[in-house]
Design a protein around this ligand. Structure first.
Ligand SMILES: *[C@@H]1O[C@H](CO)[C@@H](O)[C@H](O)[C@H]1NC(C)=O
Ligand SMILES: *[C@@H]1O[C@H](CO)[C@@H](O)[C@H](O)[C@H]1NC(C)=O
Ligand SMILES: *[C@@H]1O[C@H](CO)[C@@H](O)[C@H](O)[C@H]1NC(C)=O
Length: 152
C-alpha cells in the first residue's frame, strides 16, 4: 500500500511539473512598453528565446483601438535594447503593405529579422510605429510591447 501511494504521488508530481512545458512552449513574455499606454500586441517568435546572431521570425498580431495603420507610413519596428531601452543595433523596420482601420484586427509576419550579438541582459521591443514629427523622438509608437531577458 505504501509503495502504491508513493508511486501515485510521484506520478501526480510528474504530471504537474510536465504540464507547463507541454502546454506553454513560449519563453518570451511580452508586456506593454513602459513609455506608452497603448494596445497590446500578440507576438510569436521562432526561435523563442532569440539566439545570438541567428535570425528570428516574428508573427505579430493585434487590433489598434484608436490609431489607423497607413500604408506608406506605418511600419513594424523591432528593436534590441539594453535594460535602459537604449538600442545597441540597427532597428528592423518592415512597412505595412496595406492600410488598416482602427478596430480591425491585423497581422504582420517578418520571416527573417537579424539578431545581433546578444548581451546577458537585454530587452526586445516590438512596436507598430511611425516616424515622429517631434524632433525629440525618432518614432511614434501606435502600439508597443517588450520582453526582458536576463541570463546573468
Ligand atoms: C501567425 O499567427 C496567426 C495566428 O495568430 C496564424 O493564423 C498565422 O498562420 C501565423 N502566420 C505564420 C506565417 O506563422
Ligand atoms: C482613422 O481613419 C478614419 C477614417 O477612415 C478617421 O475618421 C479617423 O479620424 C482616423 N483616426 C485617426 C486617429 O487618425
Ligand atoms: C517603407 O516605406 C517608406 C515610406 O514610404 C519608404 O521610404 C521605404 O523605402 C519603404 N521600405 C521598404 C523596405 O519598402
Amino acid at each position: 500500500m505504501k509503495n502504491f501511494i508513493f508511486a501515485f504521488i510521484l506520478f501526480a508530481l510528474l504530471t504537474v511539473n510536465a504540464a507547463p512545458f507541454q502546454l506553454n512552449k513560449r519563453y518570451s513574455i511580452f508586456l506593454p512598453c513602459p513609455f506608452t499606454t497603448s494596445d497590446l500586441l500578440g507576438v510569436d517568435i521562432k526561435p523563442d528565446p532569440p539566439v545570438s546572431e541567428k535570425s528570428v521570425s516574428f508573427n505579430v498580431s493585434g487590433t489598434l483601438s484608436y490609431y489607423n495603420i497607413t500604408k506608406g507610413k506605418t511600419f513594424l519596428l523591432i528593436q534590441y535594447t539594453n535594460e535602459a531601452f537604449g538600442p545597441f543595433t540597427d532597428d528592423y523596420k518592415q512597412n505595412f503593405t496595406k492600410s488598416i482601420k482602427a478596430g480591425t484586427p491585423f497581422q504582420i509576419f517578418a520571416p527573417e529579422v537579424p539578431t545581433p550579438k546578444l548581451p546577458n541582459a537585454y530587452e526586445l521591443l516590438v512596436a507598430v510605429a511611425e516616424l515622429s514629427d517631434d524632433p525629440a523622438y525618432k518614432y511614434n509608437a501606435l502600439a508597443c510591447v517588450f520582453s526582458s531577458y536576463n541570463y546573468s
